[in-house]
Design a protein around this ligand. Structure first.
Ligand code: ZN
Length: 102
């Protein structure tokens, strides 16, 4: 595990959550989160928008702290919210016809 996934406060732990291609380290005992960088791990490719929104909700409850090292790719690469959902709630294919809203 990379050092960037270690909690800046207690120096332990190696948990992170993905929001889109951005990775956030999280330490639940400390209640902290810190930006790791974008596209460092490939795991985000296996996740869905629903995963990212759930992760974003978790991150919102944690305190953002300064990481050991600047996030890879620069601080601006890390967002704690996924991009806006593209249209309908369902994450299935685009072959669905436009869903009428009323
Ligand atoms: Zn910690």
């Amino acid at each position: 595990m990379s050092v960037t996934s270690v909690c800046p406060r207690c120096r332990t732990g190696d948990e992170y959550l993905n929001v889109g291609r951005c990775h956030w380290g999280v330490c639940r005992p400390c209640g902290t989160r810190w930006p790791i960088g974008a596209n460092v791990f490939s795991s985000w490719r296996d996740e869905t928008e629903d995963d990212w929104w759930r992760n974003a909700a978790t991150l919102e409850r944690l305190e953002e702290v300064e990481p050991h090292e600047p996030p890879l790719g620069g601080p601006e690469t890390c967002r704690s919210r996924p991009p806006p959902r593209s249209g309908a709630r369902a994450t299935r294919s685009r072959s669905d016809p436009a869903t009428p809203h009323r």
